[in-house]
Design a binder for this molecule. Structure first.
Ligand SMILES: NC(=O)c1ccc[n+]([C@@H]2O[C@H](COP(=O)([O-])OP(=O)(O)OC[C@H]3O[C@@H](n4cnc5c(N)ncnc54)[C@H](OP(=O)(O)O)[C@@H]3O)[C@@H](O)[C@H]2O)c1
Length: 254
């Protein structure tokens, strides 16, 4: 057990983390469960990993629902939220973590479909289950959050633009969410050591990680960044709805 969140701070709550079969999403859902939440683990391809994680969280005494859903397929998203409703009847925390766009062989507009359209669709499908005092967290990178003022590596640019478009579209929903008592926080982090995205960028751009680590002083790893995402689900919503994780030197504010 870790003490990322105070023990019992999410007792009786229900949390869904998209893309939580692996990486940052998996560590986030674990921290939320350790703090008492019953959880929904969503995956697209990695069913065995999702089931293994669910079994570990059930050993903590939590309920864990595992739902395979391709978030770019609206019917699949509707089925996922129907399953959440049938199992728990409500949702207190929604973490929009799943992301992509660097996979090979996808349609040209896939990044925008997943990182903007699917995020809005998941939020809209989940809203009827989100009550007063609930929280939505959108996970992004500094390279995407600051893309309008700070260029990034060419290989990542389409993903960065699509994630920023998703962030903007979600931010437009803040007033409507606030009326329902739903808080919204964007969590943005620098490149995370040990992730597939960082590995792909390093392959295309040898030395990029070391260079970024040097200018930032430190890069977060998966579990450290996931801890910040989990805290954003519990801490008060910042005035600008934004939680910037780690060093932002080198990124220009708008
Ligand atoms: N990696 C970094 O350096 C970095 C830095 C800052 C912020 N972030 C942000 O942190 C979040 C997680 O990043 P990560 O590196 O942990 O990602 P990752 O390892 O690539 O994992 C992505 C997750 O999203 C799921 N997913 C992908 N496409 C999906 C789809 N169409 N439908 C449903 N699920 C889908 C994957 O499911 P399957 O496993 O089943 O395919 C997986 O669980 C992202 O929002 C990312 O922008 C990452």
């Amino acid at each position: 057990m870790t003490d990322v969140l105070p023990a019992g701070s999410l007792d009786g709550k229900v949390a869904l983390v998209t893309g939580s079969s692996r990486g940052i999403g998996a560590d986030t859902v674990r921290y939320l469960a350790e703090a008492g939440a019953d959880v929904v683990i969503n995956y697209r391809n990695k069913a065995p990993r999702a089931e293994k994680l669910a079994a570990q969280l059930r050993e903590l005494g939590r309920r864990a629902l595992v739902v395979g859903a391709d978030l770019t397929d609206p019917a699949s998203v509707a089925e996922m939220l129907d399953a959440v409703k049938a199992e728990y009847g409500r949702l207190d925390v929604l973490v929009l973590n799943a992301s992509g766009g660097m996979e090979s062989g996808m349609a040209e507009d896939y990044a925008l479909t997943l990182n903007r359209d699917a995020q809005i669709n998941v939020l809209e499908a989940a809203t009827p289950l989100l009550g007063e005092g609930s929280r939505v967290v959108f996970v992004t990178s500094h390279q995407a959050h600051f893309i309008r003022t700070t260029p990034t590596m060419p290989e990542y640019e389409p993903v960065a633009l699509s994630k920023r478009a998703g962030e903007d579209a979600l931010r437009e929903r803040i007033p409507g969410l606030a009326e329902k008592g739903i808080g919204f926080t964007v969590v943005s982090g620098d490149m995370i050591e040990g992730t597939i995205t960082a590995t792909l960028l390093e392959r295309a751009n040898p030395g990029a990680i070391a260079e970024r680590r040097e200018s930032a002083g430190k890069l977060y790893n998966v579990s450290e960044f996931a801890a910040e995402v989990a805290r954003a689900a519990v801490d008060p919503v910042p005035a600008d709805n934004t939680r910037l994780v780690g060093d932002v030197s080198g990124f220009a504010a708008e």
